[in-house]
Ligand binder design. Structure first.
Ligand code: NAI
Ligand code: NA
Length: 398
C-alpha cells in the first residue's frame, strides 16, 4: 500500500514504516559519532521504549558507547484492518532489528506497563533469559490514563492550571493554525488523578517489585524524566496539574534512592528540555513557547532533539568516567541547562511578545515544529520514497 500522512488535530492517524526505520537509523548514526558513554550499564530495562526520550535512551545506551542489551516495554498497535498501526510499533521493530545485527539483545514487550502481568512477564524474562539482573531502569511512560491499581477503574490525567484560569494558544497541526483556549483551573480530583497517572507511584512500584524479585544489580540506577521550564510557562506546566505530578515524581526519586542504598543503588529525576513528542503536542499553551524556543536555540546553535539530549545525559552526566553524577540543590539532574540560559530566555520572551495567530509561522519555528511532528510518524524524511508501495507483512514484532 501507499501510505500518506493523516493528521486529526494533534494526533497522527497514520505512520510510515519505512520512514520510522529511517528516523531510528538517523538516531543510531548520530550516537555512533557523538562523544561516547565511557562506562555505561550492560543490562537495561526501558519502560516507554517506543518513542520520545525512552526510544532515544535505548538507542543511546545500545549504540552510543555502552553496548547495552535492552528490554523495551511500550503500548503500541500493529497493523490491522483498522490501519497501519502506530509509529512506536515500527520503531520497536527497527530498533531491535538493528541492535541484533550488532550482536546485542533487544527484547520488546508490547502491552500495558501498569498491568501486574506485564511486570511478571518482564521479571521472568530478566531471570531466565537476560542474565538475572538489570543495571538500569529508565522510566519514560507518558500517558493520559492509567487503571487504578486498587480498583481497576481508569484514572485520567488532565493538563490544567491550578488556582486560576489561564488563556493560551494550542497549535492545530491538521490545519496549521493557533487556537486560543481558556483553561479552567483543575478541581482537587483532577489534580489527584493527574498525580496518579503521571506521578511517581507506578515507577516506585516497578522498582519495588523488581527489587523484591532480586533482579536489581549492585550499583543499580533508575531514572525518570521531568520538565520545569521558564517562569512564563509555570501557569500551564510547573504550577499546574502536570507540575504537581512531577513534584510527586521528584519525591518518589528520593524515596527509591533511599531504598536502594543497601545495594549502592541510586534513583534520579532528569529535567529535560521541551521537545516535540507524541505526548508534548497535547500540552495546551506550551506550543507558542516551543516555536519561539526552537527558533532561538537553532539560531544560537544550541538546539537539541531527544537523541542529542539522551546521548549527552548518558555520556556527560550519568556515566562519566569519574563516576560522579552532577545534580542541583534538589538532587535533580539538569539537562535543560541550555534551554534555561538567561540569554536564550530573553530572546524567547521577545519573540513571544510578538507571536499571534497571524504571525506565528514567521516569528516562531513552525516549520521545524511540524517537521519534527511529521518525522515522529515517519514522514518528511529525505531518503524515503513516499510513492513506493509498503509491504506491511514485512514488519513482524519478535
Ligand atoms: P512519548 O509519547 O514519546 O513516549 C511515551 C512512551 O510511553 C511510549 O513508548 C508509549 O508506548 C509508552 N506508554 C504509554 N502508555 C503506556 C502503557 N500503559 N504501557 C506501556 N507503555 C506505555 O513521550 P515523551 O515525551 O518521551 O515522555 C516521556 C517522559 O519524558 C514523560 O515523563 C514526560 O513528562 C517527560 N518529558 C517530556 C518532555 C517533552 O518535551 N516531550 C520534556 C521533559 C520531560
Ligand atoms: Na518515551
Amino acid at each position: 500500500m501507499i501510505i500518506h500522512p493523516v493528521i486529526k488535530g494533534q494526533v497522527a492517524k497514520s505512520c510510515h514504516p519505512v520512514g520510522c526505520g529511517q528516523a531510528v537509523a538517523e538516531q543510531i548514526a548520530y550516537v555512533s559519532r557523538a562523544p561516547q558513554i565511557a562506562k555505561g550499564p550492560r543490562k537495561v530495562l526501558v519502560l516507554g521504549a517506543s518513542s520520545g526520550f525512552g526510544l532515544a535512551s535505548r538507542i543511546s545506551l545500545a549504540f552510543g558507547g555502552a553496548r547495552a542489551d535492552t528490554i523495551g516495554v511500550a503500548f503500541e498497535r500493529g497493523p490491522s484492518d483498522k490501519g497501519v498501526g502506530s509509529a512506536g510499533w515500527y520503531n520497536l521493530i527497527h530498533f531491535s532489528h538493528m541492535a541484533r545485527k550488532e550482536g546485542l539483545i533487544a527484547r520488546n514487550f508490547v502491552g500495558d506497563a501498569f498491568a501486574p502481568d506485564m511486570r511478571a512477564k518482564v521479571a521472568d524474562y530478566i531471570r531466565n533469559e537476560f542474565g538475572g539482573s538489570v543495571d538500569l531502569v529508565v522510566y519514560s511512560l507518558a500517558t493520559g490514563a492509567r487503571p487504578d491499581p486498587e480498583t481497576g477503574e481508569l484514572v485520567r490525567s488532565t493538563i490544567k492550571p491550578i488556582g486560576t484560569a489561564t488563556r493560551g494558544y494550542t497549535i492545530n497541526l491538521e490545519k496549521d493554525f493557533l487556537e486560543e483556549q481558556c483553561l479552567e483551573p483543575a478541581t482537587d480530583q483532577e489534580i489527584k488523578d493527574t498525580v496518579k497517572v503521571m506521578g511517581g507511584e507506578d515507577w516506585q512500584s516497578w522498582i519495588s517489585f523488581l527489587k523484591g524479585e532480586g533482579l536489581l544489580a549492585e550499583g543499580f540506577e533508575t531514572l525518570a524524566f521531568s520538565y520545569i521550564g521558564p517562569e512564563r510557562t509555570y501557569d500551564i506546566y510547573h504550577h499546574g496539574t502536570l507540575g504537581r505530578a512531577k513534584a510527586d515524581l521528584h519525591q518518589t526519586a528520593d524515596r527509591i534512592d533511599a531504598a536502594l542504598k543497601a545495594q549502592k543503588g541510586q534513583a534520579h529525576v532528569v529535567v529535560c528540555k521541551a521537545l516535540v513528542t507524541k505526548a508534548s503536542v497535547f500540552i495546551p499553551g506550551l506550543s507558542p513557547y516551543l516555536l519561539a524556543l526552537f527558533r532561538v536555540m537553532k539560531e544560537m546553535g544550541l538546539h537539541e532533539g531527544c537523541i542529542e539530549q539522551m546521548q549527552r545525559l548518558y555520556a556527560d552526566t550519568l556515566y562519566r568516567a569519574d563516576g560522579t553524577i552532577p545534580v542541583d540543590a534538589e538532587r535533580l539532574v539538569r539537562i535543560d541547562d541550555r534551554e534555561q540560559r538567561a540569554d536564550v530566555q530573553e530572546k524567547v520572551a521577545a519573540l513571544l511578545d510578538k507571536m499571534t495567530p497571524e504571525t506565528f509561522r514567521s516569528i516562531g519555528d513552525y516549520e521545524g515544529y511540524k517537521g519534527d511532528f511529521m518525522k515522529l510518524n515517519g514522514f518528511g524524511l529525505e531518503s524515503v520514497d513516499y510513492e513506493a508501495d509498503v509491504d506491511l507483512d514485512r514488519y513482524r514484532m519478535e
